[in-house]
Design a protein around this ligand. Structure first.
Ligand SMILES: NC(=O)c1ccc[n+]([C@@H]2O[C@H](COP(=O)([O-])OP(=O)(O)OC[C@H]3O[C@@H](n4cnc5c(N)ncnc54)[C@H](O)[C@@H]3O)[C@@H](O)[C@H]2O)c1
Length: 285
């Protein structure tokens, strides 16, 4: 038997990156998947988001593992769209046990107010909307995981030239951390567990992008990946430039499995020591 055998998991942002890694790792361990992704661009984001073909590829890889998947193209800023996707998935797969709310954007290196708003509405409101869509179906003992970031546990920074998208990302991720903490209190009587995973830099298209290289290497005009790698490395106590999506999927699998049945309200850092490196007081939720 798998570690999440016959559970049905709703994943946002499942077309590629960490979302695809979660879908595949959970399917390997016996889960069926309800997957959504925007499959379109958001103007404030300076790198391409996933495509419909990416979402089809996730579906095809889950099916090759012998599990079922129901996909929908939905914006996590659209609560009704998410509710329709979950309802369709439950109608086909028969139940819902868990949520991985992890669709996200990093509209960084962008001074426009819209970049701040987009980061907040996708990266925070999108998490709330995903949970809202799932909650009517979640049984007692269900599990909710939201993806934050190491940025959720660090104070916002700017150097006098505000990067609206970066500040919005930081605000949204800090809000995700607080939301998880307080929702865990609300849902504990039903033994529905609510936890956050906070990745450091992770080897996905979000990280491997020109805006990210520029934010990490403000001293260069058009930095490339190799220019950014040293700066990535300097963040982590372990000296790694990034972790792999499979490292985050391992944490998500644990938090969705019954092995973690009494773990709730956790802020689980998969950060190769970013936070311990900073020696800052930790946020009190
Ligand atoms: N990659 C990193 O370095 C890193 C570090 C810390 C946290 N994170 C977080 O991890 C999560 C996953 O990101 P990733 O690294 O896999 O990046 P990614 O860009 O590869 O994947 C994000 C996915 O979310 C989808 N998406 C974006 N906006 C959406 C919307 N409005 N509605 C539905 N789907 C939408 C994208 O199309 C894409 O498939 C995000 O929440 C991100 O903030 C990433």
């Amino acid at each position: 038997m798998g570690r999440v055998q016959d559970k049905v998991v709703f994943i946002t942002g499942a077309a590629r990156g960490q979302g695809r890694a979660h879908a595949l790792r959970l399917a390997e361990e016996g889960a069926d998947i309800i997957a959504v992704d925007l499959c379109a661009q958001i103007d404030s984001v300076g790198y391409p988001l996933a495509s419909a073909e990416d979402l089809e590829e996730t579906a095809s890889q889950v099916e090759k593992l012998g599990r079922s998947i129901v996909t929908s193209t939905v914006d996590v800023r659209d609560p009704a769209g998410l509710q329709a996707a979950v309802t369709a998935g439950v109608a086909e797969l028969g139940r819902l046990d868990a949520v991985v709310a992890q669709a996200g954007i990093a509209p960084i290196n962008n001074p426009a107010g819209q970049a701040f708003i987009d980061a907040v509405t996708v990266d925070f409101n999108g998490v709330v909307n995903a949970v809202e869509a799932a909650l009517p179906y979640l049984p007692d003992g269900g599990s909710i995981v939201a993806t934050g970031s190491a940025a959720a546990l660090l104070p916002p920074t700017h150097d006098g030239t505000p990067d609206a998208g970066k500040l919005g990302y930081s605000f949204a991720k800090r809000s995700v951390a607080a939301f998880v903490n307080d929702l865990a209190i609300v849902l504990a009587p039903r033994r529905i567990r609510v936890n956050a995973v906070h990745p450091t830099n992770t080897n996905t298209p979000m990280l491997n992008s020109d805006p990210m290289y520029q934010v990490f290497r403000p001293d260069l005009d058009h930095p490339k990946r190799e220019d950014a790698l040293k700066a990535f490395e300097s963040m982590t106590a372990m000296g790694l430039p990034y972790v792999e999506p499979s490292d985050i999927a391992a944490a998500v699998l644990f938090l969705l499995s019954d092995e973690s049945r009494y773990v709730t309200g956790a802020q689980l850092r998969v950060d190769a020591g970013v936070i311990i490196n900073r020696r800052l007081p930790q946020p009190q939720f």
